[in-house]
Write a new protein. Structure first.
Length: 568
């Protein structure tokens, strides 16, 4: 600590680049400080530091770290406490640009595996971003001394050393409960669970916090189950949706899309108090939609679309500018290729001609002139041949009643099981449309991304950078993830950006791997070596990273406009 203080005094007023000599480690009374990366300019991306706290200074119970789920929830709780403490602190460190800034990768409502706090070894690691103080472009040593010798110790003291063990224990218990629910789901072939009393609506279109005064969820009796959970005095009740085809129907503004959105986010666990902490969905559930204008590369969309004009081959379909129907077909097939077990679809974000063709349109535009086999004619094959379930919000077509295994109607934000009534209506008013009966769903062709797909070079340097949650700059091109709706945190996008750079530098695409095999290999490395194994700087600050699912990784690869893909 004294060494650091002397350095600040000696470098005061010198060129900002003099801060580079700070890189290294420094021992404080209760922790060790690592300065891994020093920004080259006060206006540039902030510096990266790590705080290493031994467990003999701040005990972390062994049972909180005994399995992966418990550890992630404990790390998440500590990260949130540090972020909350930062909001309350008033560092008052002055200077140019980012001078005095201190930040941690602040979580949202979801509990994600992150690099912000690491409880893996015999000490806790806390990763922070920090703005080194400057006057213009000269070192402000006095303010730097204040930042490192007053602000940081106060932050660590008021968060890490004062966090209530009860908060961590509560989070770990929630982890156990989520594991118990998922075991019940898997054992009973449930693809979704929504607890009674859950608060599904969000505060606003730009806030994922729960809406105040919202109608609490209440399961229909036909769908209600009871689950015994650890660390809970009374059992948990709620609605389950079984494997198969489920329609969510109802009038406009009655909560159909809100329920689907909760299930869409339910692939991730949520913090206590979110309102959706007991809303869990099949981890392999993927939201698919139309996505006009996206790039599609060598995707076999022939299960849905054949005989396009100009003899376009739909078994290896490629386009720079997909239509609504071709993009949705590609999104479905790519999700299946990545291993999706449940498809989540909302008619509001779907291409109408992809979802349905009624008898009148079939009469006017005969089959020989229509290349699209609509989703309604494939939905049962998905269930019966591929064991893929579908949860579909549908308010405009009753033709899906015939295919549905279950129909849930949202009325005044409450669900009702109307399956029997829907089937009675289907029998009373049989549809006249011709069903496009094909012998099977069709082939999900395996594909391989070629080594020259990534093209990460920008000038003489390879560069891949996440600019926002929905945009990655890769070399000289952009990857738009605006419609990848289950990408929920900018840190997941940063992780994917680091992965792309890693895959390119390490030659992962040079091996003859299918997309499925590539995703398996990525997940194996994440499980065995951790998120930091994909970061550019090994054994240093890994950056602000959160784990993405394999489906969002695949979605990114599939939207690379420079991709070169071969069928296998």
């Amino acid at each position: 600590m004294k060494k650091l203080q002397q350095q600040f005094q000696q470098m005061d007023g010198k060129s900002y680049k003099g801060y580079k000599q700070l890189q290294g480690s420094y021992q404080f009374e209760r922790y060790r400080l690592w300065i891994d990366y020093v920004q080259g300019d006060p206006f540039a991306a902030p510096s990266k530091i790590r705080i290493q706290v031994p467990y003999d200074k701040r005990p972390i119970r062994a049972e909180w770290r005994e399995d992966r789920n418990r550890r992630i929830y404990a790390e998440d709780t500590i990260t949130r406490d540090i972020a909350h403490t930062l909001m309350k602190l008033n560092p008052n460190v002055k200077g140019s640009g980012k001078s005095g800034m201190v930040a941690i990768d602040r979580p949202g409502q979801e509990i994600l595996e992150r690099t912000a706090v690491d409880l893996n070894s015999d000490h806790m690691i806390i990763c922070l971003s920090i703005g080194l103080p400057a006057n213009g472009r000269r070192i402000n040593g006095k303010q730097a001394e204040k930042l490192f010798l007053q602000v940081l110790p106060e932050l660590i003291d008021k968060s890490v050393f004062r966090i209530n063990n009860g908060e961590i224990e509560e989070a770990v218990q929630l982890a156990d409960q989520h594991v118990a629910i998922r075991r019940e789901m898997e054992a009973n072939d449930w693809v979704a669970f929504v607890a009674d009393g859950a608060v599904l609506p969000r505060k606003s279109g730009v806030s994922e916090r729960p809406m105040e005064g919202a109608v609490p969820f209440e399961s229909p009796e036909q769908n209600r189950v009871t689950i015994e959970l650890p660390h809970r005095n009374e059992p948990l009740t709620g609605m389950v949706l079984k494997k198969g085809i489920t329609l969510i129907v109802g009038g406009g503004y009655h909560g159909k899309s809100t329920l689907l959105n909760a299930m869409e986010r339910g692939v991730y666990p949520h913090i206590k108090g979110d309102g959706r902490e007991y809303v869990l969905t099949d981890p392999a559930a993927v939201k698919v939609r139309a996505e006009d204008g996206r790039k599609v590369t060598t995707v076999n969309i022939s299960p849905f679309i054949k005989n396009l004009p100009h003899s376009t081959d739909t078994t290896t379909f490629t386009t720079e500018n997909a239509s609504g129907s071709t993009s949705q077909a590609a999104n479905v097939v790519e999700s299946l290729e990545a291993g999706a077990g449940t498809l989540l679809i909302d008619e509001d974000t779907s291409a109408t001609n992809f979802m349905i063709r009624d008898e009148r349109m079939q009469e006017l535009v005969v089959k020989e002139k229509e290349p699209i086999t609509p989703f309604i004619d494939k939905i049962k094959q998905l269930r019966d041949e591929l064991d893929v379930s579908t949860i579909l919000v549908m308010g405009g077509s009753g033709d899906y009643f015939d295919a549905a295994d279950s129909v849930i109607m949202m009325d005044q934000y409450l669900p009702y099981n109307v399956t029997n009534k829907a089937k009675e209506i289907a029998d009373r008013y049989p549809h006249q449309r011709k069903i496009d009966k094909e012998h099977s769903f069709g082939e999900i062709t395996k594909r391989r991304f070629l080594p020259n797909s990534l093209q990460t070079q920008k000038g003489k340097k390879a560069k891949v950078q996440a600019k926002s949650k929905t945009l990655i700059l890769k070399g000289n091109t952009e990857i738009s993830l605006h419609y990848v709706e289950q990408l929920v945190d900018p840190s997941q996008t940063r992780m994917i950006a680091d992965m792309l750079l890693h895959l390119d530098k390490k030659g992962w695409l040079e091996k003859n791997r299918s997309m499925e095999e590539l995703l398996d290999a990525v997940e194996d490395q994440l499980d065995e070596q951790g998120l930091a194994s994909f970061a550019p700087f090994q054994n240093q600050h890994p950056g602000e990273l959160a784990r993405p699912r394999r489906f969002e990784i695949a979605a990114t690869l599939n939207r690379i406009r420079t991709a070169k893909v071969n069928p296998l």
